[in-house]
Design a protein around this ligand. Structure first.
Ligand code: DWN
Length: 405
């Protein structure tokens, strides 16, 4: 019996199985199409002691984050998001000329490049292809996973940080206490750690089951996190909900010898208990809703294909591969998927073998329908693709329930 990653009690209840799933960011090269990629069980559990939601199985991070094909900079809305995040952090935490700011899981350096030139910037990124891309953009980057040893090396070379950020990283980490210990080393007793993670309440409410995949070990709510922050010498100073990635939390914590979380943290806990996150009910409801999406989406795509409609997909996000594989939607039903990431173009989606092509294909080929796998950017995409829609093209938005726009 697995123990809970947050409270370390053996109190996990499995509530959803998405089957044997390939690694969703492992897009297949043409020459590897005949090989069967590895699949792993994708089962989700919740802890009935502290409420933490987590995967039942852990895939070694080196399997997932070596040659990583998710480039933050490929999504323009993410640049905007990080610019507003950095502006908010500098206003609320503050920094002086020459201070060090560190981004953990810094990807291609998109977040760090939003800081003004008067701070010193350091990325810590385990994927060598991304670390090199960041260096090409002038962002000093340590190619490493964050742990205490790496943090000590960073401090030796660059000094302590005033600000440490970790966006869509903390949920990817198995040893969250070790991660926080390393953040303490980077901060040296002062400054702030700012964490962004997808919010469990949004995932359950909007049935965002496709955001469940092996990279995401934890699905956080505030309640299970408070004890973890306290035990590692951090106090929560601010929490806010933000819309990015289908709904996330931005949590500010700072080192403290006697952690006293801000009242806002307790407000989140009450709202989470109010929403029933401490009971089985929302998880059972979620599993039922996931099954309903699968049957509706399959029925819709199959009926469109049977009527001779051309169906493509738009955006090849990691989550799209959970959705396609779980729903059994393959290259027989989807002709191609467009994506702005050069490293994904020319490859095929894992498990479903749909070719990934340049976004220009949408207007050049004008498929009757495009399954919007990158639904978390729906507003900006619908605005951007007016020509496709003017030519009669329609989007199928799969989440929170399949609809045609
Ligand atoms: O946690 C993670 C999240 C934050 O990012 C990582 N584990 C992996 C990744 O997940 P994802 O791939 O689901 O993230 P996105 O940002 O939803 O991916 C969007 C994809 O769509 C990218 O491949 C870029 C592409 N895209 C596009 O083709 N046209 C994006 C936009 C905005 C577009 O207009």
């Amino acid at each position: 019996m697995l123990e809970c990653r947050a409270c370390q009690r053996k109190t996990l209840n499995l509530f959803l199985s998405l089957g044997q799933m390939p690694l969703v960011n492992r897009f297949i090269e043409p020459e590897a199409l005949s090989c069967d990629e590895k699949r792993y069980p994708l089962d989700v559990a919740f802890c009935h002691n502290c409420g933490m939601v987590q995967l039942a199985d852990v895939v070694p991070p080196t399997e997932m984050f070596s040659d990583y094909l998710y480039f933050t900079g490929a999504s323009e809305p993410m640049r905007q998001h990080f610019l507003s995040m950095v502006t908010e952090i500098l206003e609320s935490v503050g920094a002086s000329e020459g201070d060090l700011v560190v981004d953990v899981g810094s990807n291609d350096g998109t977040l760090l490049s939003q800081y003004p030139g008067w701070v010193r910037r350091l990325g810590i990124e385990p994927s060598s292809n991304l670390a090199q891309e960041a260096e090409r953009h002038g962002i000093t980057t340590m190619c490493d996973f964050l742990n205490v040893a790496a943090a000590n090396r960073a401090v030796e070379l660059h000094g302590n940080a005033t600000i440490v950020t970790a966006t869509n990283v903390f949920a990817h980490v198995d040893d969250i206490r070790g991660f926080l210990d390393a953040a303490q080393v980077l901060l040296g007793g002062s400054g702030a750690l700012v964490i962004e993670v997808p919010y469990l309440l949004d995932m359950l409410t909007n049935v965002e089951f496709d955001t469940i995949y092996h990279e995401h070990l934890s699905y956080f709510a505030v309640r299970p996190l408070l004890g973890v922050f306290e035990s590692q010498g951090f106090e929560v100073t601010s929490v806010k909900r933000i819309p990015v990635h289908g709904g996330s939390l931005r949590i500010y914590v700072r080192p403290s010898r006697n952690p006293q979380h801000s009242p806002i943290a307790k407000e989140f806990v009450s709202a989470e208990l109010e929403a029933g996150l401490g009971t089985n009910a929302p998880y059972r409801r979620f599993a039922t809703n996931v099954a309903a999406i699968r049957s509706r989406l399959c029925e819709l795509v199959i009926s469109l294909k049977d009527s001779g409609e051309a169906v493509a997909a738009y955006g090849a996000p990691a989550k799209g591969n959970t959705l396609l594989n779980y729903c059994g939607i393959t290259a027989d039903m989807i002709d191609y998927v467009t994506d702005t990431t050069p490293a994904k173009q020319g490859r095929y989606t894992p498990g479903t073998r749909i070719p990934v092509v340049h976004p220009s294909a949408l207007v050049e080929r004008t498929p009757d329908y495009a399954l919007l796998l990158a639904w978390n950017y729906k507003d900006s995409i619908l605005k951007k693709e007016t020509e496709y829609r003017k030519n009669g093209g329609k989007f199928i938005v799969p989440i929170p329930y399949p609809t045609i726009v």
